[in-house]
Ligand binder design. Sequence first.
Ligand code: NAP
Length: 174
Amino acid sequence: MPKPLHLIVACAENRVIGRERKLPWHLPEDLKYFHDATAGQICVLGRICYETWPRANTEGRRPIVLTSHSLIENRNAGENAPIVADSLTAALTAAEELPGEIYICGGERIYGETLALAGMRALRLHLTLIHSDVPGDTFFPEWRHLAWQELSRRESADSKYRYTFLTLALPSPR
Ligand SMILES: NC(=O)c1ccc[n+]([C@@H]2O[C@H](COP(=O)([O-])OP(=O)(O)OC[C@H]3O[C@@H](n4cnc5c(N)ncnc54)[C@H](OP(=O)(O)O)[C@@H]3O)[C@@H](O)[C@H]2O)c1
C-alpha cells in the first residue's frame, strides 16, 4: 500500500489560504502546529511555497518542490536539499522511496491535484478552519462534499479569529 497523503492547510470559511504570496493572517498557534506536524517529514510543495518558507529544509524536513523548471534556489541544505519534481505523480513516486510521512503543504494547484486522488489514495486532512471570510487570491479546493471521517477537533481563538483544528480522514481504498 502506498503511504497516506497528509494535506495540511489553514483555510478561511471562504476557502482563502493566501494573499500576495503570504498568509493572510498571523496565527502563532497555527504556525507552531504546522511546524511541529511537518518536522522530520517529507514536504511536497509548490515553488512559491518553497521560496517563501525558509524553514522548508530545516528541522529534518525533506522538501519535494514542484516546478516546471529544473533549477530552484539552492540553500546548501545538505541531505535536506530539495528534490525537484515536474508533476505531483513524480513527487509522490520520489516520496515513497524516502523515510517519513508525506505532507502536502500547498499551494492551490497541488492541494487540488491531491484531493482529486480521493478514493484512490488514503488522505488525511489537517485543517485549521478559520471561522471568517478573509480577502485573498489563493484558495483551498472545496473539500466539504467528500465523506470525511472526523478523527479530532479542537477549538481555539486569538484576539481576531476563532478557529478549529480538525483532523479528517478519507478511508483507504480497497
Ligand atoms: N494557509 C495555508 O495553509 C497555506 C498553505 C500553502 C500556501 N499558502 C499560500 O498560498 C500561496 C502560495 O501558493 P500558490 O498556489 O500561489 O503557489 P505554489 O503552489 O506554492 O507554487 C506555484 C508554482 O508551483 C509549481 N507547480 C504547482 N503545481 C505544479 C504541478 N502540478 N506540476 C509542476 N509544477 C507545479 C509551478 O512552478 P513554476 O512556475 O516554477 O513552474 C507553479 O507556478 C501563498 O500566498 C501562501 O501563503 C497558504
